[in-house]
Design a protein around this ligand. Structure first.
Ligand code: ACO
Length: 430
């Protein structure tokens, strides 16, 4: 039998019993839906610090112990042994695929990588120096105007087709965003390449020269995409769920997720970290920037540090830091002043009382940009890279939500603090 909490108004003695729902792992949640219906009271939790917005069986995070699991599998094991498309299958279907299931899934994704020719023309409508994220939001949102045949969200087969289309086309769209900004021809995908190799081909090849993607780069991308694939109810995933709860089509919902991801407090942080490291420039300036990060009158924050859920090392940051050593050893003979600077900055911050007290540790984005830079991915493409990977998580969460028979429109309420009722005053009397 579930625990029951009694909430009592100490002034009137009025009370209500609330059930505690147990989780399979992590904190239990108090069911408060009856609170408004029975007592006319709302729960107030800005930033959703103590709010479970839904039930989900996809990803588990234990922020105090630095644990992250997809469908029960520790991120460290997936990072070491799996690849991005296998992880995508796992997140969407709930189980690791058999050999046949995986090759069927890869075959489907590989054969949906093209975008319509008319969609390619869309890119010309964007200004030459548009940020690739702004282009991506527009182009992904437009997918719903090209694929009317898979928009019945109540049909599981339509949902599956839309999911495959988004996962398959996202690298093509992302690379086209870059090619547009570089004034280079948009490249067609090559279906003989794997997911990450194909993306590198579309990013870096031109029609006039042969291009063979580097295996080190392919492996690094695979790992980064696995680590970025999902992270339970983060801001962009919650945005996708909220947009989808009204019955909006999946392409529009994913476009809203990309918009949310763009902010520097979320996925935009990987770009912001590189900009910050460039600004710091040299280890001799670290103390000055640490002092600025601690100064409440200065808006500067140490980008790539801190996380709403992790009050310990972000396990993804630990994996990426290790990968930085390996990738940079191979690609830059271990010589990367930016990485040296980041390591020193981390060391200084982790010894500083301000960061210790607030449990601020490096998050996934502290090191990811350094690897992207080593792979020659331009800084303004970093958040686009994140969006390619996170599309899998968004799709998994959207599908889980739509398939839930209890699904209702998400409609938060508010604690109104505006003016009480007052009468309209004619303009000449104000
Ligand atoms: N630099 C300096 N101080 C910080 C930082 C930081 N990066 N992060 C948090 N703090 C301080 C806050 O000022 C606050 O101090 P106070 O208690 O004295 O007021 C305290 O630590 C708690 O921070 P909050 O902002 O309340 O924490 P919240 O959970 O709301 O924010 C967030 C988390 C947005 C990630 C924040 O840590 C931040 O802005 N970090 C930098 C941006 C970043 O790296 N974002 C990527 C997150 S990972 C991802 O989305 C993929």
């Amino acid at each position: 039998m579930a625990d029951i909490f009694t909430l009592t108004n100490k002034t009137t003695g009025d009370s209500i019993d609330l059930n505690l729902r147990e989780a399979t792992a992590g904190p239990a949640a108090l069911e408060i839906s009856a609170l408004y219906k029975e007592k006319g009271i709302l729960a107030f939790d800005p930033g959703f610090v103590s709010t479970a917005s839904c039930e989900s069986a996809i990803t588990y995070i234990d922020g105090d112990h630095g644990i992250l699991r997809y469908r029960g599998y520790p991120i460290e094991q997936l990072a070491e042994k799996s690849n991005f498309l296998e992880v995508a299958y796992l997140l969407i279907h709930g189980e690791l695929p058999s050999t046949e299931e995986l090759s069927a899934f890869e075959e489907i994704i590989v054969h949906h990588t093209m975008i319509k020719e008319t969609m390619r023309n869309l890119f010309d409508g964007f200004h030459y120096n548009a940020h690739p994220m702004s282009v991506m939001i527009g182009v992904v949102g437009s997918l719903s105007s090209f694929y009317h045949d898979s928009l019945d969200i109540h049909d599981p087969r339509h949902r599956e087709i839309s999911a495959h289309r988004m996962i398959a086309k996202m690298p093509t769209i992302a690379a086209a965003c870059y090619k547009h900004s570089a004034s280079e021809p948009i490249m067609y995908p090559q279906n003989n390449l794997d997911y990450c190799g194909n993306f590198l081909h579309m990013m870096f090849s031109t029609p006039c020269e042969p291009y063979v993607p580097d295996q080190i780069a392919i492996d690094a991308l695979n790992l980064l995409f696995i680590l970025h694939a999902d992270h339970e109810q983060n801001a962009s995933t919650s945005t996708v769920r909220l947009a989808g709860s009204s019955g909006a089509n999946p392409f529009a919902c994913i476009a809203s997720g990309i918009a949310s991801l763009w902010g520097p407090a979320h996925g935009g942080a990987n770009e912001a970290v590189l900009t910050m490291l460039e600004e710091i420039g040299d280890v001799s300036n670290i103390d000055k920037y640490i002092a600025r990060a601690k100064d409440k009158n200065d808006p500067f924050r140490l980008m790539g540090f801190g996380h709403r859920v992790y009050r310990n090392f972000d396990p993804r940051a630990t994996i990426i830091r290790k990968m930085c050593h390996e990738v940079l050893d191979k690609l830059a003979d271990g010589n990367n002043p930016m990485f040296e600077l980041a390591l020193k900055l981390e060391e200084v911050a982790l010894k500083d009382e301000y960061f210790i007290q607030r449990k601020l540790y490096p998050n996934v984005d502290f090191y990811s940009g350094i690897i992207y830079r080593a792979l020659n991915i331009p800084t303004d493409m970093f958040t686009v890279m994140f969006a390619i990977a996170r599309t899998v998580g968004w799709v998994a969460h959207w599908s889980e939500m739509i398939a839930d028979p209890q699904q209702r429109i998400s409609r938060p309420r508010q604690l109104y603090t505006g003016a009480r009722e007052r009468n309209y005053v004619p303009i000449d009397k104000r």
